[in-house]
Design a protein around this ligand. Structure first.
Ligand SMILES: *Cc1c(COP(=O)(O)O)cnc(C)c1O
Ligand SMILES: [Zn+2]
Length: 402
C-alpha cells in the first residue's frame, strides 16, 4: 500500500491506510483517506481499463488485481435537454449508474473495498443490507473466491432475498434490532476476520470518487455547477465530492461543483439537521418512503455529510413520494428508468428551481443511482395501460386514435 493516511472526519485523528475499521476510536465518526495531491488520469484507451487502473494514482494500491473487477463504472452521462428546457436550466445531465454489473453505483465501492481486503490478505467479506449493496457484495465477494456473508433483517420477504441469494453468498437472517446490526457486524468482523464492506466504509467511499472522475472526462472537463445525489448513509455523496476535490487538487479541473444532498421527506435526518443549522443528525422515528434504498433513519455518515456541505456551500433538500413518482415517469419517458431513489435528484432540482435557488444559467448533473427494474412494485404507482384492438381494425385504430 502507498504511504497515505486515513483521517477522522470528526476530530482529525490519523490512522494507517491499512486500517479496516472504518470509524474513529475516539469520536466514532467515519475515517477518510487523505486527499490525493499528485496524480493524473492513466493514458490510453479507457475501454481497456478498469476504474482502478485508469485512476490508479488516486488509490492506495501498489498492485491491482484485475480479475476482482467486473468492469464496473464508465457509465453513461446522458443529457436530457427537453427536461432542462421545460424546467428552465442550461443543462441537465443524468449519470446512469444503473449500467453497472449489479445495476447500481454500489459496485464502484465494492470493487475497491474487495481490492483492499485482498491486499491485506483477508479471505472473508460481508455486508449488512437488503438492497443493492447486498447484491453487489454477494456478486463481487463470491467472484473473488471469498467466504461472503450477507446479514439481513429477519422479516425480509424471500422475493427480496432471491436477487442476493442467486450469487451464492452466505445469507443470514438476523432476529433482532436491525439498527444495531451495522455496529455489531463491525465487531464480529474484528473478532472473526471478516471485512465488512458496509454503506460508508472508507474504501467504499474511495470507490465512489470514480463517478466524479468519469463525469469530468465525459463532460470534457466542463464541470456542472451542481451535482445532485440521493443520500442515505452518505457514502456516495462523500465519495463523489472527494473525487471532484482531488481532481481540483491535482490540477485536472479548476473548480468544484456545489453538491446537493437529496433526501426523501419520509426519512430525511440530514435535511432536518441542515434546516436547523445543526451539525449533528438525530434519529428519524418511523421512516416511511417508497425510496427504500435511502430510508436510513440514522445515517452513519450523517454528521460527515453536514460538515461536507458546510465546506462546499451546497444545500440539502427533501422531496415527497409523490414528487419522486412524477420524476420517475418523466425520466422514463426520456429513456432513463431509475428506481425511486434515483429519481429523487430530479424532484429536488424541480423544487430548487421553483424556489429560485437554481437559475436558467445553471448546469446540473443528477446521479441515477440504480435501475428501475430493481423495484417493480413502483409500477403500481403509475397508471400504466395498453390499448387493445382487433387485428383487422389495426389500421383504422391507429388512424383514429393517435
Ligand atoms: C445505496 C443507495 C443510495 C444511497 O447511497 P448512500 O451511500 O447510502 O448515501 C441511493 N440510491 C440507491 C439506488 C442505492 O442503492
Ligand atoms: Zn475522531
Amino acid at each position: 500500500m502507498k504511504d497515505l493516511k486515513l483521517i477522522c472526519t470528526g476530530c482529525g485523528k490519523e490512522y494507517s491506510v491499512e486500517r479496516v475499521d472504518p470509524r474513529c476510536d475516539d469520536c466514532n465518526e467515519p475515517l477518510e483517506m487523505e486527499l490525493i495531491k499528485k496524480g493524473k488520469i492513466k493514458e490510453g484507451n479507457p475501454l481497456q481499463h478498469t476504474i482502478l487502473e485508469r485512476y490508479a494514482d488516486f488509490f492506495p494500491f501498489k498492485e491491482i488485481r484485475r480479475d476482482l473487477s467486473l468492469n464496473e463504472g464508465f457509465t453513461p452521462t446522458v443529457s436530457i435537454p427537453r427536461i432542462a428546457k421545460r424546467i428552465g436550466l442550461k443543462n441537465l445531465y443524468f449519470k446512469n449508474e444503473s449500467q453497472n454489473p449489479t445495476w447500481s453505483f454500489k459496485d464502484r465501492g465494492t470493487v475497491v473495498a474487495i481490492q483492499h481486503a485482498h491486499s491485506l490478505g483477508f479471505k472473508k467479506v460481508g455486508a449488512v443490507s437488503t438492497g443493492n449493496m447486498a447484491v453487489s457484495v454477494a456478486a463481487y465477494g463470491k467472484r473473488a473466491g471469498f467466504e461472503t456473508f450477507i446479514f439481513v433483517g429477519k422479516n425480509i420477504p424471500q422475493e427480496k432475498l432471491n436477487p442476493i441469494a442467486i450469487y451464492g453468498a452466505n445469507l443470514i437472517k438476523v432476529d433482532g434490532d436491525y439498527g444495531k446490526l451495522y455496529y455489531e457486524s463491525l465487531e464480529i468482523g474484528r473478532k472473526q476476520g471478516i471485512y465488512f464492506i458496509n454503506s460508508d466504509v472508507t474504501y467504499r467511499v474511495e470507490g465512489y470518487k470514480t463517478a466524479a472522475f468519469e463525469m469530468c472526462e465525459q463532460l470534457n472537463f466542463n464541470i456542472p455547477d451542481y451535482v445532485v445525489v440521493p443520500t442515505s448513509a452518505g457514502g456516495n455523496v462523500r465519495g463523489i465530492y472527494k473525487g471532484f476535490k482531488e481532481f481540483k487538487e491535482v490540477g485536472i479541473i479548476d473548480r468544484i461543483p456545489k453538491i446537493i444532498v437529496a433526501q426523501a421527506a419520509g426519512c430525511s435526518p440530514i435535511f432536518n439537521a441542515f434546516e436547523k443549522g445543526s451539525m449533528k443528525i438525530e434519529r428519524v422515528q418511523n421512516p416511511e418512503t417508497i425510496a427504500h434504498g435511502i430510508e436510513n433513519p440514522f445515517p452513519p455518515s450523517g454528521n460527515a455529510v453536514l460538515k461536507m456541505l458546510k465546506e462546499n456551500g451546497g444545500t440539502c433538500v427533501a422531496v415527497s413520494d409523490e414528487e419522486i413518482i412524477i420524476a420517475q415517469k418523466e425520466m422514463a419517458e426520456k429513456g432513463v428508468f431509475g428506481q425511486p431513489e434515483s429519481c429523487v435528484p430530479l424532484a429536488a432540482v424541480k423544487k430548487l428551481r421553483q424556489q429560485g435557488y437554481l437559475t436558467e444559467e445553471d448546469s446540473i448533473a443528477c446521479i441515477v443511482t440504480g435501475s428501475g427494474l430493481k423495484y417493480t412494485a413502483a409500477f403500481e404507482k403509475h397508471n400504466l395501460n395498453a390499448h387493445l384492438c382487433k387485428l383487422e381494425e389495426l389500421d383504422s385504430f391507429i388512424k383514429d386514435n393517435f
